[in-house]
Ligand binder design. Sequence first.
Ligand SMILES: [Zn+2]
Length: 194
Amino acid sequence: MAASLGQPRERVVRAVTWLSEQGLVEVRASDVRQRYARRVPAPDLGALAAELSARFARREAGEIGRVRDMAALVTHAGCQTAFLVRHFREELPGPCGHCTFCETGEATAFPPPPPRPPVASLLATPEVTALLSDRPPALLHPRKLALFLCGLSSPALVRARLTRHPLFGAAAGYPFAQVMEGCAALPTPPPTPR
Ligand SMILES: [Zn+2]
């Protein structure tokens, strides 16, 4: 917006903030959306898809790793500050004395996950069975179906208006890997000719 109006970004931000304060617009922060431009007229689509897929998988694994690292820090049975600085290859001379562990002498434990039926039984409900019998193209791939059931939006789901479907997010309380495993075990319907 700043570039097309030829105005400083700060001015645009102030204007949007003002509009929001007046109740004229609703401002919501959202994640950065990566955009790509095609620069090669006739790319090798297979190779390109494989490369992008590998790149996204690496990124996903990295993000999951970061969340795991955070969980390990929170639940660490020892000085958390020392644990954190060790991550950056530094050493504390001793316990910091002010982190949660140093203050309480106890490691933080996450509450156990609430009891819930196995993913397979969720996938066997009449609602899901009905959806699967007429599986929309946007949900054909097990991964897409798992994203849908976990309530994780994607441009394809939005385009297919599936983010408003009652089953969108039906498995939101389950770990994604479990839902993915359950979806991968489902029989894949034959592709419908379009
Ligand atoms: Zn400490």
